[in-house]
Design a binder for this molecule. Structure first.
Ligand code: FE2
Length: 241
């Protein structure tokens, strides 16, 4: 059991993290910001929360958001000249493990984060049959896989040890800041807290899609598990810059 000691410092914003590596800020390419105005609203909101570096990660998901490096770069270009002072915006993607992903992987057409890190996700309902095969393939090809929001895959809730298994396979885990509240429900919140207590989290990301998320994010720095995560010394967000 984990007890918070008196030295645990509570935070008022995200400035101790400074670098976000999961968001949906590119206009019109997925279910995040829909136009330039909304993108800038979200970017300004993140700046006010204490962020200075944003690696934005629109979905690449064949069935709903069939993006390519080119479509994302075109969307990114629309923001040129609009980025607020004090913010550094870079582009990557959140890759859904589907057939199109494997095609882009083979074509060397992916856009990883610094350190050749690939943010990936999959179905929240069933574990993909080829998950371990794909993880192995990615690492053999020199990528560092980062699993987006492990706490949100409901089938993992009853097989917590599986997190350890994929970490042992070389996968880094990225918790959503929103999961430190009950935004996605109590179960997701509990698993996020447990992952933090077991020192299994490598990155924290906002996964911001719209302005309502900004309001929830404001409550996160005051959470005990946010302080616990920062105090762990394990977060790698700042290693991206
Ligand atoms: Fe996301």
């Amino acid at each position: 059991m984990f007890f918070f000691n008196r030295k645990t410092s509570l935070h008022t914003d995200f400035s101790a993290i400074g670098v976000d590596m999961h968001s949906h800020l590119i206009p019109g390419v997925d279910d995040g910001a829909q136009d330039v105005e909304e993108s800038i609203e979200l970017i300004n909101g993140l700046r006010e929360l204490g962020y200075t570096h944003l690696f934005t990660t629109p979905h690449t998901l064949e069935d709903f958001h069939p993006n390519t490096k080119e479509s994302l770069q075109n969307g990114h270009a629309l923001l040129e000249g609009h980025i607020p002072a004090g913010i550094n915006l870079n582009l990557s993607s959140e890759y859904y493990l589907d057939e199109a992903f494997l095609v882009q992987l083979d074509a060397n057409a992916l856009m990883p984060l610094p350190g050749n890190r690939l943010l990936f996700e999959f179905s929240q309902i069933v574990r993909p049959n080829n998950l371990e095969e794909v993880i192995f393939d990615l690492t053999v090809r020199g990528y560092q896989p980062v699993l987006a929001h492990p706490e949100r895959y409901l089938f993992f809730h009853k097989q917590f040890d599986y997190f350890k298994r994929i970490k042992d396979m070389g996968v880094e885990l990225q918790v959503n800041a929103l999961s430190l509240t009950e935004h996605y429900g109590k179960g997701v919140n509990a698993v996020a807290e447990k992952l933090i207590e077991k020192d299994m989290i490598d990155f924290i990301g906002t996964d911001i899609h719209h302005a309502k998320h900004l309001e929830v994010l404001k409550r996160v720095p005051g959470k005990k598990h946010f302080a616990r995560l920062l105090d762990s010394g394990l977060l790698k967000n700042q290693s991206l810059i």
